[in-house]
Design a protein around this ligand. Structure first.
Ligand code: B12
Length: 239
């Protein structure tokens, strides 16, 4: 295309104006770009789409759940059907983490005064930590102190940290049906140490539900970080 042929040239808008300033992207388009970028493991495109989404004032949590996490759902489906293997799961996890680095500060931008102390971790045997990290960011953003123990956390570590930090809430994450049982082991450890009754315990991650929470003696379960945060805020008596 020769100079003068493009729409920007014809509208005489000058070369410094991008096409997207003439035709602004809708939120749906940016979120779709983000989803596609995760599915293609395209880190640069993920970063660019995250920045564009923030610039368009899409709420950070929506960028995660309606953009990146939708991409992760597709990755999971492809893994289930055998189209993708473990290497692709790893690449997708790494790709989403790069996007998280951009979004996380915005999730944490709110209150700083402590609404209580939460001990959080992904249970023993389970390495999935992306969802748990989102929960940590949201809780910190709404004013909780969070001791994030990371992934693959044995029951003893939850117990030690809850005692040490005098926590009011313990949050456990599990993404595997095979590691959910470690939640029950952790509950047992809290009971045996005699600190269960002064704590609230919340479970999270796709395979858990309130029936499972009741079964193992936990107080609540949430499949979504926003719901989990709302439950913790209710327990802390904050609006
Ligand atoms: C990325 C990924 C990985 C990465 C994880 C990287 C990382 N650092 O986290 C790696 C490569 C390590 C991985 C490994 C494996 N994975 Co994997 N993985 C995934 C994938 C594609 C995405 C998970 C994710 O991050 N989702 C995005 C986040 C934002 O969502 P989320 O975790 O659900 O979190 C949200 C909520 O659940 C909630 N939440 C989460 N935790 C908590 C905690 C609390 C307290 C609260 C309140 C809320 C809450 O809030 C979050 C935000 O709303 C899923 C597929 C899927 N659709 O989930 C499979 C999936 C979870 N993996 C699966 C499997 C089988 C495995 C492996 C066993 C594969 C293998 N053969 O080795 C290994 C297990 C390794 C191990 N020991 O843990 C299966 C699990 C099946 C099952 N039901 O047990 C899935 C479902 C894929 C599938 N469809 O088969 N995986």
């Amino acid at each position: 295309m020769k100079k003068g042929d493009s729409l920007i040239d014809r509208l005489n808008l000058g070369s410094s104006i991008g096409l997207f300033e003439v035709f602004p992207m809708t939120n749906e388009v940016v979120l779709e770009r983000l989803k596609e970028a995760v599915v293609k493991f395209d880190v640069d495109a993920v970063k660019e789409a995250c920045n564009d989404a923030l610039q368009q004032k899409i709420p950070p949590y929506e960028i995660l759940t309606e953009g990146m996490a939708k991409g992760m759902e597709i990755i999971g489906e492809k893994y289930e059907t055998g189209e993708f293997f473990l290497s692709e799961l790893i690449m997708a996890g790494e790709t989403m983490k790069e996007g998280m680095k951009i979004i996380e500060p915005y999730l944490q931008a709110e209150g700083k005064s402590s609404k209580g102390q939460v001990v959080l971790g992904t249970v023993e045997g389970d390495l999935h930590d992306i969802g748990k990290n989102i929960v940590a960011s949201l809780l910190r953003g709404s004013g909780f102190g969070v001791a994030d123990l990371g992934a693959d956390v044995p029951p003893r570590r939850f117990l030690e940290e809850a005692e040490k930090s005098n926590a009011q809430i313990v949050g456990m994450s599990a993404l595997l049906t095979t590691t959910m049982v470690k939640m029950a082991d952790t509950m047992k450890a809290l009971v045996e140490a005699g600190i269960r009754d002064r704590l609230k315990v919340i479970l999270g991650g796709a395979p858990v539900n309130s029936a499972y929470a009741t079964k193992i003696g936990a107080d609540a379960a949430a499949n979504d970080a926003i719901d989990g945060m709302a439950i913790c805020k209710k327990w802390a008596g904050v609006p």
